[in-house]
Design a protein around this ligand. Sequence first.
Ligand SMILES: [Zn+2]
Length: 374
Amino acid sequence: MPTGERSATSFLMQAPRFIGSEIYRRSRYGSKHPLAIPRVSLVIDLCRALGWLPDDIYIDSPTATPEQLSRFHDPTYIEAVIDCEREQRTTEAYKARHNLGANGNPVFGEIFRRPATACGATLLAADLLRDGGKIYSPAGGTHHGQPDRASGFCYFNDPVLGILAFLDQGLTRVAYVDVDAHHCDGVEDALADDGRVLIASVHERERWPFTGRISDPDRHLYNFAAPRELNDDEFGWLLHEGIVPAVAKFRPDALILQGGADALADDPQSKLSLSNNAHVAAVLALAPLAPRVLVLGGGGYNPYAVGRCWSRIWAALAGHEEPDLLPANAVALLDEITWSHSRGRRPPAHWLTMLEDIPHAGTIRQEVRALTAI
Ligand SMILES: [Zn+2]
């Protein structure tokens, strides 16, 4: 029986695994960059504090090699990123040709190793998922990366590499769902015309990169360009009326969910108004639809919101029950965050004491309902 025809139940049931790395604990994009905040390290620490991350399911990420990266990226570009790390500076040519050291893509200490580690995790996950299962890599989800240039804080595009890795295994139906506030332009540019790939994205309409306006079911392409202040109920509409039916009909062999946390109301970079219940709902609705599931991170620029949202994603994927109030060791981790943004000066109590956001229920606007009438 071909691999793609096997049913989900015939796959080895293995406990969900978590791929992380200590590189994210010390690496910063520079002191003033939106990514100069704890994210993956905080999620690891919170999940450990909650007893959700025993050593036998935690995997330390390898670093992708230049050869592995070249499955999608131009070797000249990969060399330029390595050179920037070695020299700790960019050049006018690198700026112009590769967007390195320009437009929000700074040269920093681990400019090659950090994104290459995120790619290494995604590639390892694809390999480990050959026989089925679920893996979480919150460092992944760098969906803006282009073959020969950095874009939108993304140097390499790990979702594209992950999709290609699944296809290279012989899978013929790979679904990619992206709930980041920004459209997944790098993934769409690379793979929208590949009939083996479904791409579905919910993103803020009036926001960089201003792509992702058009859906084309014939190409398995579903873009839900949402208005500002998208609420939980509206997200639920798009999820259950738009994304889930499309993915279910596609019957994917593998599903990648990009769980960017910048669509949260607490995030300073977007104007969407979701609570982290939206992300949990996405995991719970989508994970049962494929025998191989890889959940990635993505954007997210409020450390309290990212840490709590992405810990909840892991709980949803791995089946952990969340406490109503966090234990003291988890509260201490959130309490020691310093975030220079104005919203970080006096964090509200629930950012420190619970994982769940205050739900953002609301009316489902007609313009949101209309998005699923494709
Ligand atoms: Zn984003």
